[in-house]
Design a protein around this ligand. Structure first.
Ligand SMILES: *Cc1c(COP(=O)(O)O)cnc(C)c1O
Length: 379
C-alpha cells in the first residue's frame, strides 16, 4: 500500500459489532468477563482499549513499523523510552533539542544516574567519538527546533548498529509523509502527535513506533506499568487527523516554500532557515532522506533587534502568536521570549536563537493571505 492509502486505511478494519467505518469511541475503563479471565481481548483500558488499538495500528502502518504505542503526550512517549535504561547508562543526544525533551533528560533522568552527552550532530560521524561501553541510546531530532538543522539518519543508524546502541528519532517536524526513520535504520520513532499527526491543535498526545517485537514488548510493559496512556476520545481524534495527513502535509510544504522564498527576498530580513534552500548547510542530506521540506520556517531581521521581532509578531493577523506547531492554522512564535526564554541568553545565542528569531508554523490557508500578512507585519 502507498503512503496516501495507508494514511486512510493502514491498520484499520470495520468495527466487528455493526461494521461502523470509523472505530467507535470505547469510552469505558473496564470490560465484562464471562468467567475470570474470560474476555474478548480487552480487560482494562490502561492496558488496552479498542479505540487506542486502532490508532496504534495506524501509527505502525504510516511509519512502516510492526508496533505502535500511544501515550498521553509526546513527553510521556519519550519518558517511556528513557525507562528502558538503568543508572550508569549513557545517552548521546543532539544539542539543538526540543526544550521539554532537554528538561526531561537533565532535570529528571540525570538525577536517576543516567548520563547525557549533548553534541552537534550536523556531522554525524562525530557521534562515534562519544560512544563507550555504557552508551545505550542515541536520541536524534531532525529537522531540529527552531533552527531547522538536519541530521543524517542513515549514517547515525550505521554507527548505532556497529556499537549495538538503540537509535531513536523524534520525527515530529517531518512526519512519516516526508521521512520514515525506521526504513533509514532507526530502532524507535517518536512523535508529539499533538502537532502534525493530530493536525488540528485539539489534542495532546505522543507516539512510539518500532519494528522489533522484543523492543515493542518492553515498551508495552512500560506503557502499562507506568500508565501514561491517552484516552479513547483523543485516540479517535488523532486517528481522524491522520486520515488527512498526506493532503495537509502537501499544502504545508507548498506554503512553507512560498513563505521561505518570500522572506529570503525581503530587504528587512537577515537569515531564513528552511532546509529546502540550496544554501542550507545540510540541504543535500535533507534532499536524500526527506521527500519535501515541511512547513516550518524560521527567520531573523536585519539589525537583530528584539523590539523589531516583537512588533512583527504582534502585528500578524492571519498567523496567530502561540506556542506549538503542526496544525492547519498558521502560528508564529518568538523563541527568545517564549519557548527558549528559560535558557540563558548566551547559550541560546550559541544555538542560533538570537533576539530577532521568529519561528513560523506555516498552515494550510491560502498562500496569498499568508504572504500578505507577513508583508503588512514586516513593512
Ligand atoms: C511538542 C514537541 C515535543 C513534546 O510533545 P508534547 O506532546 O508537547 O508532550 C517533543 N518533540 C518535539 C519536536 C515537539 O515539537
Amino acid at each position: 500500500m502507498k503512503f496516501n492509502t495507508k494514511a486512510i486505511h493502514g491498520g484499520q478494519k470495520p468495527d466487528l459489532a455493526y461494521g461502523s467505518v470509523m472505530p467507535p469511541i470505547y469510552q469505558t475503563s473496564t470490560f465484562a468477563q464471562s468467567t475470570p479471565g474470560g474476555h474478548k481481548g480487552y480487560e482494562y483500558s490502561r492496558t488496552h482499549n479498542p479505540t487506542r488499538t486502532a490508532l496504534e495500528n495506524a501509527f505502525a502502518s504510516i511509519e512502516n513499523g510492526s508496533h505502535g504505542l500511544a501515550f498521553s503526550s509526546g513527553l510521556a512517549a519519550i519518558d517511556a523510552v528513557l525507562k528502558l535504561l538503568k543508572p550508569g547508562d549513557e545517552v548521546i543526544s543532539t544539542n539543538d533539542l526540543y526544550g521539554g525533551t532537554y528538561r526531561l533528560f537533565t532535570k529528571i533522568y540525570e538525577d536517576f544516574g543516567i548520563k547525557f552527552h549533548f553534541i552537534g550532530m550536523e556531522n554525524a560521524n562525530c557521534v562515534e567519538d562519544y560512544i563507550n561501553v555504557n552508551t545505550k541510546l542515541i536520541w536524534v531530532e531532525t529537522p531540529t527546533n527552531p533552527m531547522l538543522n538536519i541530521i543524517d539518519i542513515i549514517t547515525t543508524a550505521k554507527i548505532a548498529k556497529r556499537h549495538d546502541v538503540l537509535l531513536a528519532v523524534d520525527n515530529t517536524f517531518a512526519t512519516p509523509y516526508l521521512q520514515q526513520p525506521l526504513d533509514l535504520g532507526a530502532d524507535i520513532v517518536m512523535h508529539s502527535a499533538t502537532k502534525y499527526l493530530g493536525g488540528h491543535s485539539d489534542l495532546v498526545m505522543g507516539a512510539l513506533i518500532v519494528k522489533d517485537k522484543d523492543l515493542a514488548d518492553r515498551l508495552y510493559f512500560i506503557q502499562n506499568a507506568s500508565g501514561a496512556v491517552c484516552g479513547p476520545q483523543d485516540a479517535f481524534l488523532a486517528l481522524r487527523g491522520i486520515k488527512t495527513l498526506h493532503v495537509r502535509m502537501q499544502r504545508h510544504c507548498e506554503n512553507g516554500k512560498a513563505v521561505a522564498e518570500y522572506l529570503e527576498k525581503h530587504p528587512k530580513i537577515e537569515n531564513v532557515y528552511w532546509p529546502g534552500f540550496k544554501h542550507h548547510p545540510n540541504h543535500l542530506i535533507a534532499k536524500s532522506q526527506m521527500t519535501n521540506f515541511g512547513g516550518m520556517v524560521s527567520f531573523t531581521t536585519k539589525g537583530n533587534n528584539y523590539q523589531d521581532a516583537m512588533n512583527i509578531v504582534e502585528k500578524l493577523n492571519v498567523f496567530t502568536l502561540a506556542e506549538s506547531l503542526g496544525g492547519v492554522e498558521s502560528l508564529a512564535g518568538h523563541p527568545a521570549s517564549m519557548t527558549h526564554a528559560s535558557i540563558p541568553k548566551e547559550d541560546r545565542e550559541k544555538a542560533g536563537v538570537v533576539d530577532s528569531l521568529i519561528r513560523l508554523s506555516v498552515g494550510i490557508e491560502d498562500e496569498t493571505d499568508l504572504i500578505g500578512d507577513l508583508k503588512q507585519a514586516i513593512g
